[in-house]
Write a protein that binds this ligand. Structure first.
Ligand SMILES: NC(=O)c1ccc[n+]([C@@H]2O[C@H](COP(=O)([O-])OP(=O)(O)OC[C@H]3O[C@@H](n4cnc5c(N)ncnc54)[C@H](O)[C@@H]3O)[C@@H](O)[C@H]2O)c1
Length: 252
């Protein structure tokens, strides 16, 4: 039990990587609030509850400060503190800067980047009061390398890596570690629109050897296991880093 009795908030956890992080955290003894904008989070939390885990779902729009403050208030009321925050929720709308609208650009930055500012701003004072904590921001291989026709998303993920490093500097003295996980291609519905750019998911999977030297996509649990490591005391000297979990994608 590497996270025994720790209290965690995981955003974007109704499905995909976020759900797998919530599941692995719960397996390691954490009590987890799953936060997501979609109602499917109710069933996701119920599935973990049925396995005997102490979890709850709170419907949250991470781009809204009111919603984020309600999430933190709910967590405090239910569990009394926050030890771990995973800023995982994001959207991915493809397009070059000539193809994305101003609305798409602003929405991408609101959901992907501003959300991490809003939630961290709400949680850091609690962690300072309680003697520390860990924050994990979800970056991407695109925090390090760009990709054609993915302008808003790539720019947002680059910003997340630097926000991570910046926050790590400010709060190291408070025993708050801030890190970023940078996944390669994880086969979730997140990539559906992106796959369409390349002729569909099957075509993308045919190219996977070129994308990932390990010859396969990354499994959500492989990202979740990295999150367990960064959330646990095993990574006690690690802050301000981007942990690349990409099957070698960015090694080229
Ligand atoms: N799948 C990949 O290949 C991949 C690669 C690199 C990085 N990532 C990152 O991993 C994270 C999770 O991706 P995923 O593949 O699990 O995607 P996903 O689409 O399966 O999950 C994202 C979740 O975020 C939620 N969400 C979206 N907008 C929200 C909002 N405003 N408020 C609250 N929740 C909101 C969605 O409802 C969804 O449940 C993202 O940060 C993504 O950028 C994914």
């Amino acid at each position: 039990m590497r996270l025994n009795n720790r209290i965690a908030i995981v955003t974007g956890s109704a499905r995909g990587i976020g759900f797998e992080i919530a599941r692995r955290f719960a397996e390691e003894g954490a009590k987890v609030v799953l936060a997501d904008i979609i109602e499917a989070g109710v069933e996701s939390a119920q599935a973990l509850h049925d396995l005997g885990h102490d979890v709850a779902f709170f419907r949250t729009d991470v781009a809204s400060n009111d919603s984020v403050e309600s999430l933190v208030a709910f967590t405090l009321e239910r569990y009394g503190r926050v030890d771990i925050l995973v800023n995982n929720a994001a959207i991915n709308i493809p397009g070059s800067i000539l193809e994305v609208s101003e609305e798409i650009w602003d929405k991408t930055f609101a959901v992907n980047v501003k959300s991490q500012f809003l939630l961290s701003r709400a949680v850091v004072p609690l962690m300072q009061k309680d003697g520390g904590g860990t924050i994990i921001n979800m970056g991407s291989g695109n925090s390090y390398v760009a990709e054609p026709r993915l302008s808003a998303y790539v720019a947002s993920k680059g910003a997340i890596l630097m926000l991570t490093k910046q926050m790590a500097l400010d709060f190291a003295k408070d025993n708050i570690r801030v890190n970023c996980i940078c996944p390669g291609w994880v086969d979730t519905s997140f990539n559906d629109a992106h796959c369409d750019l390349y002729g569909g998911r099957d075509e993308v999977l045919k190219m996977i050897d070129d994308i990932h030297p390990i010859g396969r996509t990354i499994k959500p649990v492989e990202i979740a296991n990295s999150a367990v490591f960064l959330a646990s005391d095993e990574s006690s000297a690690i802050t301000g880093t981007g942990l690349i979990v990409d099957g070698g994608l960015t090694a080229r």
